[in-house]
Write a protein that binds this ligand. Sequence first.
Ligand code: FES
Ligand SMILES: [Fe+2]
Length: 446
Amino acid sequence: VKNPAFETKRASASSALSGIFDAERGTLLPRAFVDPAIYALELERIFSRSWLFICHEGHIPKPGDFFTTYMAQDPVIAVRQKDGGVKVLLNMCRHRGMRICRSDQGNTKAFTCSYHGWAYDLSGKLVSVPYEKEVCGPGFSKSAWSVRAVPRVENYRGMIFACWNEEVPPLAEYLGDFKLWLDVVLDRRPAHATAIGGMYKWVIPCNWKLAAEQFASDMLHADTTHLSALVSSRSADIPPEWPPAAMKSGQVPSAGGHGTGFFTYPDGIKSFHDGSGIQGRWADLERFRKSRAAHNPLLDRVMIQHLTLFPNFSVVTQIDSFRVWHPRGPGEIEVWAFTVLDADASPEERNRHRLANIRAFSPAGTFEQDDGENWVEVQRTFAGTEACKTPLALQFGLGRTDWVGDPTLPGSSPHCMNESAARSFYGRWLEMLSTEGSSKTRVAHG
Ligand code: FES
Ligand SMILES: [Fe+2]
């Protein structure tokens, strides 16, 4: 059944897209951040057709463990099954639409709706309806009214992702070469990384792309935006001449829309500074660095600032803060942030890590507040009639024919301050928005 209101939005969105982003010229119209028609299209064509982060497997280790979150604006429950598998269920009762689970996380044998008492088992099957014998006719079958399960659920190194679209490529293919960069945080020591502490949740009145694109590409803002936080948290392990003149850097654009930027260390661990010392997270920093460089040689060479997995999952790699930018309309996001740590870390290291995250990247964190202030201000400006049709420049690195990427670092382009990953982020965004079709349409990812 077509929703006429939505069809109107779709028609107006298609025209709204014309000229909105030009990858060749590196221009973007701010309407991308404020137009409700574009937002409606994003929900349908991007968020329903992308692998979205759900939770870390450490959030639901045992059968019956559940964790409630969102896939864009759809509430979902990740639940560990009796056989050890994970299902992701739409958190919506089939009777009148109440959420069947209203807790953040916990352990249960069943989900009982708090409205009229329908109960579902861990797999989402409807198992109990009050007054069933008295009021249900022969045409009613409980088996027809399970809650919907998200058809695709996969795990990459402990990170659980789900996708509504049955036709998208498997998660590994969706990540593509970008796995290399994700492994800088997820595969750095033999002990598995595990989620620690709680989930920070807060709201920022800004469009989700301001956060996601910045984490994919904007390595430049740190020197200016975070200057006071950098100075005040500067720890003894940062050499005074940092960054050294010999240090090289790069950025990683990706056809899949993912992106990151990095510095490289010509002499490996000797000039190694990756921010691990910021806020004193490690009791024995040297041991930590050596063990991870021995495990994943890339870690002896690169320091990533931050990264985004398209569309809305980002990591501040230097402090292991993982976050989802849940969209809440064109002008609002709900940020959900948590941290992971090597499973063999000592209780003291866990506590240091937890506190460092609170200080730097929680809602009250010194760095976090800097970023949020920019996004709120920018979003407010884009509300202006003239402002929202005034092109923005995303041009760093365009036309630099003298640049040669490092062949040992696949997909990279030189200099981490360039904006190639921002252009590939919006390129992917526009490609998906422009691809019509049913939910069965296969959308290529790279
Ligand atoms: S809405 Fe859930 S039982 Fe009625
Ligand atoms: Fe920042």
